[in-house]
Design a protein around this ligand. Structure first.
Ligand SMILES: *[C@@H]1O[C@H](CO)[C@@H](O)[C@H](O)[C@H]1NC(C)=O
Ligand SMILES: *[C@@H]1O[C@H](CO)[C@@H](O)[C@H](O)[C@H]1NC(C)=O
Ligand SMILES: *[C@@H]1O[C@H](CO)[C@@H](O)[C@H](O)[C@H]1NC(C)=O
Ligand SMILES: *[C@@H]1O[C@H](CO)[C@@H](O)[C@H](O)[C@H]1NC(C)=O
Length: 408
């Protein structure tokens, strides 16, 4: 009998333990404990729900139900005791004004968390329209930083999925020192004219994947900065925007290498650039960008569909004479089709000091139907291996002479 009871108790324990594992504890900001209400400010309730969930010894879930809530700012910090999910089903709205943030460069931040899931189908509305005109960081080094909608720092083994970032004041998402994290099924939206609203910027991160994202914004849809490795971008649609970019690189001292980038199955529509690698001339120190592969890309009316630009110099005056010290190596462009808005559809301008090496162009089929001259291509300080494409796209002009600086 006692044995049987002990057995039953054991069973019950196992059952409870397994349901605890299957159902994370829920921390709903609108529950009596936290008291948030749609239409009101959720800042304190959300901070409290996060710290309780983060302290939970088993898996937990913070829930923001449907409805619109004001959120002044938030930094969700780990480490947490167990995997944690934040499920935002409603809309979180930032203050329209940029003057009142504790971290002036961040609206919502996630830091030092392992096994985070951010999900829910909801929207982070940065309400950026008022401040876009004030953002002069692209030309003023001492500018006032504008808050980024979502910042991920030191996040590992995590997922960010099914959320929308709307009208960010600055970059929509900034991913820094993250590892093995996937961003998927995202919608990122801001007007074409909004300033500096990069979709997802990745820096100093390893093993980050972006897949199934619809990005329409005022700057790069995806940009990848120095010290980034094993980054995969697939099934992303971009446009309007400035394209999918690596860089800019070589502007600052002691930048680290970029290695292992794959961009596959993406469509760019009406963007300023398609796939681009940009580095500054006159770099203060040397670095490399290598193992970069673009495949199955569709361009629709893209101004510069394929672009390596080692004379990148927007807004400021650069000294053009010292060439870029970023070495570009092992880059392939394969199966890239569609239409160019300018006749110069392929432009590979490499460093005069460190020519690009091991560049391949395979099956590039771009068309131009405007009246600015015939379709053409330009290669400078690079001799790519070319297969399966018409002459006009296969380095129709080759040059080793310095070219004028690019202004965009
Ligand atoms: C990212 O994609 C690569 C290539 O498809 C895959 O090997 C890797 O496991 C993925 N990483 C994550 C975190 O999903
Ligand atoms: C890319 O598209 C091809 C053809 O549609 C498909 O077979 C492949 O699985 C896709 N790859 C990725 C990584 O999405
Ligand atoms: C093509 O791109 C150019 C430049 O971005 C833009 O002005 C034009 O409206 C686009 N054409 C179409 C049909 O969208
Ligand atoms: C080029 O890149 C691919 C993929 O990242 C890598 O497997 C290969 O070893 C690289 N080749 C060279 C010559 O560096």
């Amino acid at each position: 009998m006692a044995l049987k009871l002990r057995f039953l108790a054991m069973l019950l324990f196992l059952l409870l333990a397994s349901t605890a594992k299957a159902n994370p504890s829920v921390f709903d900001v609108t529950s009596a404990t936290y008291g948030a209400k749609p239409g009101s400010d959720v800042t304190k309730a959300l901070a409290k729900a996060w710290s309780d969930a983060c302290a939970s010894p088993s898996a937990s879930k913070v829930v923001v139900p449907s409805g619109t809530y004001k959120l002044k700012e938030a930094t969700f910090r780990g480490p947490c005791k167990a995997p944690i999910e934040m499920q935002v089903r409603g809309t979180l709205q930032a203050p329209a004004n940029a003057g009142q943030f504790t971290r002036p460069d961040t609206w919502v931040g996630f830091q030092y968390i392992d096994k985070l899931t951010l999900s829910g189908g909801g929207t982070f509305d940065g309400q950026g329209a008022l401040v876009w005109g004030q953002n002069d960081c692209h030309k003023n080094k001492n500018c006032k930083p504008m808050p980024i909608n979502l910042r991920f720092e030191f996040i590992t083994n995590s997922r960010v999925q099914d959320i929308t970032s709307l009208n960010s004041k600055n970059f929509h998402m900034h991913v820094f020192r993250c590892k093995y994290t996937t961003f998927q099924h995202l919608t990122i939206t801001a007007p074409e004219e909004s300033i500096n609203t990069d979709g997802i910027h990745i820096g100093a991160s390893t093993g980050v994947n972006i897949t199934h994202a619809k990005i329409r914004t005022g700057d790069d849809c995806v940009s990848i900065g120095d010290d980034s490795h094993q980054i995969t971008v697939t099934d992303v649609t971009c446009g309007p925007g400035h394209g999918i970019s690596i860089g800019s690189l070589g502007r600052y001292k002691e930048e680290k290498a970029v290695t292992g980038i794959i961009v596959k199955n993406c469509t760019l529509t009406n963007t300023q650039n398609g796939v681009r690698i940009k580095t500054w001339p006159d770099s203060p120190s040397s670095s490399t960008a290598s193992d970069i592969h673009y495949e199955n890309i569709i361009m629709v009316n893209v101004s510069n569909p394929i672009l390596i630009d080692q004379l990148y110099c927007p807004y400021t005056r650069c000294d053009q004479k010292p060439p870029s010290k970023v070495k570009i190596n092992n880059v392939s462009f394969k199966n890239i089709k569609g239409s160019s808005f300018t006749p110069l559809a392929v432009k590979l301008v490499c460093s005069r000091g460190l020519p690009c090496e091991n560049v391949k162009l395979t099956n590039i089929d771009l068309t131009y139907s405007g009246d600015q001259g015939p379709l053409t291509s330009l290669c400078s300080n690079v001799k790519p291996t070319i297969t399966g494409m018409k002459k006009a796209l296969a380095c129709a002009t080759s040059s080793l002479a310095p070219l004028p600086l690019s202004k965009k």
